[in-house]
Design a binder for this molecule. Structure first.
Ligand SMILES: [Zn+2]
Length: 62
């Protein structure tokens, strides 16, 4: 395996899908490559947290 360069569907920037992340995705049996860069993923997560819509992921303590 090697790092892949993907284009973020939200901001259109290229980002690296690292071998490490690919292994993580495989382990979780995600079929699809990520479509967003880590910045947009984080932004999306934060947006979801605000509107209380069924997201029950673990919450990080600061
Ligand atoms: Zn992005």
């Amino acid at each position: 395996m090697q790092d892949k360069t993907l284009v973020c569907k939200d901001c259109g920037r290229e980002f690296i899908f690292t071998v490490r992340e690919q292994e993580f995705f495989k382990e979780k049996q995600f079929d699809n490559d990520p479509v967003r860069c880590s910045d947009c993923r984080r932004a999306k997560k934060q947006a979801q947290r605000g509107n209380g819509g069924g997201y029950n992921g673990p919450r990080k303590h600061n």
